[in-house]
Ligand binder design. Structure first.
Ligand code: AHR
Length: 506
């Protein structure tokens, strides 16, 4: 039985320009993300600063634009000054968030050196859990002040005379979460975030400051938290954060496949709340969203349980989820949702980059390999160019316990008028069967098909490994063709595709 999906696309359906910052990621002092992830001095590929060059190469291939650092839950107990100065003088500390030990071999200066090599913009989070305004100002002075002050001179003495000019600063992490060290209620957080932001702006009015929003749309305080925080902090911040993780729970595959419906709802709700505060305050300014943690994460699995008791290991195996083909389809759909909201999502960070719920995996002393999720991220980052276009999707639907009814297909497109490149991103997120794609592209003039790639596996739970890194990877979709301005093809059940077209030569 044919199951048609019709996409309506037009270059006039513009949402916003594609923002490079949509393709950010996250490096936290957690598990093996930093130690044996980005940094492993004894690794055969390590450079003179101890960074794994195989991971650097994969990071560049992934097309990462910015990287959030150093946490995460970790940052809420972190003393930034432990991580600067001669490495042999740095203290070992217990990291209470992940019940681990941190030797502080990597800190701000090492991260900035790595970010330069990875060609990514840094995004730095300050500790508003155990610390406050003064420490936020101190790390800002160390990082950004021109030489001539106590802390910027310390940076220079540590070998970095030039200010780092970090623009994006997160005012704490997930302060709405009772698991957070120094957890606060909305009023308490609104106070400290506003005061930190006000003081940081006195040092540099041009910083881009991000207040903590909700840790998920399921938090009991969701909505009310954003309202309280923004009502106080509105004039001092530029963005409010959103965090969301999805996984298949209780064998409910259908709800998991429809996860992007929650991301759409989350973003739309935060935009509505921020704009409500804007109206209340009669402000001209619009608050944007920093979706600075998003991914598939199987939090209930043993891999995510931190050590306990007297065991405080350095870089334990933690949150090392192995992603399936299905996970990559949901993941690709989340990217579709983020892109679709480019008018209000100004920045996003995939959590995380290496080993910890990550697209890049490493063996200590050994290989680095790509998870299934590497591919939708890399292809979207590489080919999303120009303007984001809203796509109208007419498709069958499927029932699921979490959202009721969800569309079997979801899509977004980007159109670069100058080069004449059109990229269509589309998922079939229905386990029931293939969809017959039909797209009328006549509004774009004469186009030719460049390539159609589909990520799909007969077994939706198939995954990659160091020994079989290409079990799940995008393959050419030979069913896709373009005739007289009409694109057609087959989208297999549970698949993510990118279809690239270009203006035909005159
Ligand atoms: O990314 C893993 C953790 O998820 C982060 O440390 C925290 O901010 C979130 O709860």
């Amino acid at each position: 039985m044919s199951r048609p999906v019709t996409l309506t696309l037009n270059p006039a359906f513009r949402v916003a320009p594609v923002r490079r910052r949509t393709f950010g990621a996250f490096v936290e002092h957690l598990g093996r993300c930093v130690y044996t992830g980005i940094h492993e001095p004894d690794h055969p590929s390590a450079d003179e600063q101890g960074f794994r060059t195989d991971v650097l190469e994969l990071t560049r291939e992934l097309g990462v634009s910015s990287v959030r650092y150093p946490g995460g839950n970790f940052v809420s107990g972190y003393r930034w000054e432990d991580g600067v100065g001669p490495v042999e003088d740095r203290p070992v500390r217990h990291d209470l968030a992940w019940h681990s030990s941190d030797p502080n071999t990597v800190g701000l200066d090492e991260f900035m050196a790595w970010a330069k090599k990875a060609e990514v913009e840094p995004m730095y989070a300050v500790n508003l859990g155990t610390r406050g305004v003064q420490e936020a100002l101190d790390v800002l002075e160390y990082a950004n002040a021109p030489a001539g002050t106590a802390l910027s001179d310390q940076r220079a003495a540590n070998g970095h005379p030039e200010p780092y000019k970090i623009s994006m600063w997160c005012l704490g992490n997930e302060m709405d979460g009772p698991w957070q060290i120094g957890h606060k209620n909305a009023e308490e957080y609104a106070r400290v975030a506003t005061e930190a932001a006000r003081a940081m702006r006195m040092e540099d009015p041009d910083l881009e400051l991000i207040a903590c929003g909700s840790s998920s749309s399921q938090m009991p305080t969701f909505g009310a938290w954003e309202n309280t925080v923004l009502t106080e902090a509105y004039e001092f911040v530029d963005m409010i954060s959103a965090h969301a993780y999805y996984s298949e729970k209780d064998d409910d595959q259908a709800s998991f496949l429809a996860s992007a419906d929650d991301m759409d709802y989350f973003i739309d709700s935060v935009v509505a709340t921020a704009d409500h505060v804007r109206a209340k305050l009669k402000s001209d300014k619009r608050i944007m969203i920093s979706f600075d943690e998003w991914n598939v994460w199987y939090q209930h699995r043993a891999e995510s349980r931190p050590p306990s008791g007297d065991d405080w290991p350095v870089a334990p195996v933690l949150l090392e989820d192995i992603y399936s083909a299905q996970d990559a389809v949901v993941f690709g759909n989340l990217l579709i949702s983020l892109l679709r909201h480019s008018d209000r999502v100004a920045s996003a960070s995939l959590a995380q980059l290496v080993n910890v719920i990550a697209p890049i995996m490493t063996e200590p002393g050994g290989r680095a390999w790509k998870q299934t999720t590497f591919h939708p991220f890399a292809l979207t980052s590489r080919h999303a160019k120009g303007e984001v276009l809203q796509v109208n999707v007419e498709a069958p639907s499927f029932e699921n316990p979490r959202f009721g009814t969800s569309s079997s297909a979801d899509s977004v497109a980007t159109w670069d008028e100058e080069s004449g490149s059109l990229s269509v991103f589309v998922v079939n997120r229905d386990a029931a069967g293939a969809l017959d794609l039909g797209v009328d592209l006549s509004a774009f003039g004469d186009l030719e098909l460049v390539e159609a790639l589909t990520l799909h596996h007969e077994d939706p739970y198939a995954a990659n490994s160091a020994d079989a890194p290409d079990t799940v990877s995008p393959r050419e979709n030979t069913t896709v063709s373009l005739e007289d301005g009409r694109l057609s093809g087959e989208l297999p059940a549970i698949s993510w595709s990118i279809i690239r077209l270009a203006r035909a030569a005159a």
